[in-house]
Design a protein around this ligand. Structure first.
Ligand code: BGP
Length: 490
């Protein structure tokens, strides 16, 4: 069972959860630096964690010393551990490393005239380190980290001006890293504005009291679509041969029963994902999304040139995260529900779940790969997939510590098999795979460290306390072997 030659095996991270160094190297505040962990609420209630009020932001800014509640500011301290971490990735044989550039490390306030040289130098160092080991960087331009100033001063993505600020940032990083980075993603989980208006869009709900918030979100989305198309253009112009992808939260939906009403419900639900990729791959709004704007009375302001830009600069490939599948039904009364990284969904009686209720479904990954490839016929890239778990270090018998994470190995094994089947049986063109997260980092939904995904354990707790030492888990050696044999050992 060998994967195609040149298959890009690797791992994924994002600055807002991994980098730390939040107030070092001249970095400005980003939305994530104010995103508070919720220690006392139900951590499976995803939606509750992604709202923020103006008062909460104010508090976070006035109390920068209050670190306990903001573990994202520390991340895994990649800022000081990048050499060690990249060496660990190299030891596993990574071909690719997905990371993001913190916009507020380059343009501290988002609207500055000049970039921050120290920030630019940091990523130069990171990319040089990757190069040393022959690891290809895959860079997300924006992963839940717009500069806070853009939020406070302009309402971030709701404002057209943010398109220009973003393009300036993109031009700066493409110019600077043109010889170092070939693979780029524009917006992480571009569909996520609807679920996390603040972290993704920089939208604070209480500022839009007199507006239809759905309209605010889609207006902001429209600006991101235009920005994404322009970023693709800029990247292609500055870096010939570069590849730019969109990034979706992909999950597979099943109808709970074969009742036509449930199947229709499933189809509608799938469109809530496809509307984002349809727009970025075909370069135009799909009819069903335009119909939704009309039927919901949403007046989305689009300039004429916006649609031309979107049409002219579609993405080169489609990347996505995949963690789980869900069921949908027209009538949900009396059915068990489960939480996920998108919305509350109907529990599938045939599937096991993670400790956070995310339903584990490797076949669903194959279904997603096939659906996407059949729909778009463009190369695919799985840029997030993994299992969050609570873990403890145990002695490894050699004077150090480890985690015996067989559950990660089982999870990956089943998902790799599904990928292999999609490639070989279904003819899907899959460029590569980056697990989330290759090294433990702070969870997006819980804003805590204790939801661990990595092949490498990071000694830090939910309060940002610890040595930040790295320990190889059992899965580290297992993944290394998978990469070494290009999947043949599976
Ligand atoms: C995706 C995000 C990531 C990551 C992942 C796991 O939605 O792109 O940033 O966090 O989900 O989610 P969580 O950290 O909530 O377990």
């Amino acid at each position: 069972m060998k994967f195609p030659e040149g298959f890009l095996w690797g791992g994924a991270t994002a600055a807002n959860q991994y980098e730390g160094g939040w107030n070092e190297g001249g970095k400005g505040w980003s939305v994530s630096d104010c995103a508070k962990a919720h220690f006392d609420t139900d951590v499976t209630n995803f939606s509750a964690h992604n709202e923020i009020t103006s008062e909460e932001i104010q508090y976070a800014m006035e109390h920068p010393e209050d670190m306990v509640n903001y573990p994202k500011r520390h991340g895994s301290d990649f800022y000081h551990h990048y050499k060690e971490d990249i060496a660990l990735m190299a030891e596993m044989g990574f071909k690719v490393f997905r990371m993001s550039i913190a916009w507020s490390r380059i343009y501290l306030n988002g609207d500055d005239l000049e970039p921050n040289e120290e920030g630019l130098q940091f990523y130069d160092n990171v990319f040089d380190e990757c190069k040393k080991y022959g690891i290809e960087p895959l860079v997300t331009m924006s992963h839940y980290e717009p500069p806070l100033n853009l939020v406070l001063k302009y309402n971030c993505w709701y404002n057209r001006k943010t398109i220009d600020f973003f393009c300036k940032f993109v031009e700066t990083i493409c110019t600077r890293y043109k010889d170092k980075v070939k693979y780029w993603l524009t917006f992480n989980e571009v569909d996520s504005m609807i679920r996390h208006p603040y972290t993704t869009g920089g939208l604070i709900r209480d500022r839009f009291k007199d507006k239809n918030f759905e309209e605010v979100i889609f207006q902001s989305m429209h600006h991101q679509f235009v920005a994404s198309a322009l970023a693709t253009k800029i990247c292609h112009e500055i870096i010939p041969g570069s590849q730019v992808g969109c990034m979706l939260t992909k999950l597979t939906y099943y109808p709970y029963s074969c009742r036509p009403e449930d199947v229709l419900e499933m189809q509608q639900k799938m469109r809530s994902i496809y509307c984002y990729s349809d727009t970025q791959v075909f370069g135009e709004y799909p009819a069903y999304l335009l119909a939704r704007f009309k039927n919901h009375g949403l007046n989305i302001v689009m300039e004429e040139k916006d649609l031309e830009i979107m049409k002219k600069y579609p993405v080169d490939f489609i990347s996505f995260s995949y963690y789980m599948s869900s069921c949908v039904a027209k009538n949900t009364e009396g059915l068990d529900t489960t939480e996920g990284n998108t919305v509350t969904a109907i529990k599938n009686p045939y599937l096991p779940s993670s400790e956070w209720g995310w339903q584990i479904d490797p076949i669903g990954l194959r279904i997603s790969l096939v659906d996407l490839y059949d729909r778009y016929r463009k190369p695919l890239f799985i840029v997030e997939n993994g299992l969050g778990a609570k873990e403890e270090l145990v002695p490894d018998g050699k004077g150090s510590y480890t985690v015996n994470d067989d559950y990660h190995i089982d999870y990956y094994k089943a998902h790799f098999k599904a990928m292999y089947d999609a490639i070989h049986e279904d003819g899907v063109e899959l460029l590569g795979y980056t697990s989330w997260a290759c090294i433990d980092l702070v969870s997006e939904s819980t804003k805590q460290m204790s939801k661990r995904y990595g092949f490498v354990y990071v000694d830090a707790d939910d309060y940002g306390k610890g040595t930040y030492n790295r320990y190889k888990k059992k899965s580290f050696y297992w993944y290394k072997h998978v990469i070494e044999t290009n999947g043949e050992c599976l």
